[in-house]
Design a protein. Structure first.
Length: 89
């Protein structure tokens, strides 16, 4: 999921929902810090959010961001609602 700060920091809170418009621009969210560690070649949360915003906004498909290989990811893949994760819609 997407957190309001790095999840390893004390007090980090999961953001359950991010709303975007039809152009993929964020409409509502309590802004997470978008930091990328030097060793993170995937682009960190900023890249994941940019892709999720395009799919959710432009294609009108909700996107779940959750931990891979978990029951939450399986629930999202099956079209359900994960117990833990962030939906971009």
């Amino acid at each position: 999921g997407v957190y309001d700060r790095p999840p390893t920091e004390p007090g980090a809170k999961l953001i359950r929902e991010i709303l975007v418009d039809t152009k993929g621009e964020m409409v509502e969210m309590s802004g997470p810090q978008m930091t990328t560690a030097a060793h993170d070649v995937t682009g960190g949360v900023a890249n994941k959010l940019a892709t999720a915003r395009r799919v959710a906004g432009v294609l009108d498909i909700p996107v779940w961001i959750c931990e891979v290989g978990t029951d939450n990811a399986l629930a999202a893949l099956r079209g359900g609602t994960p117990a833990r994760g962030t939906v971009v819609r």
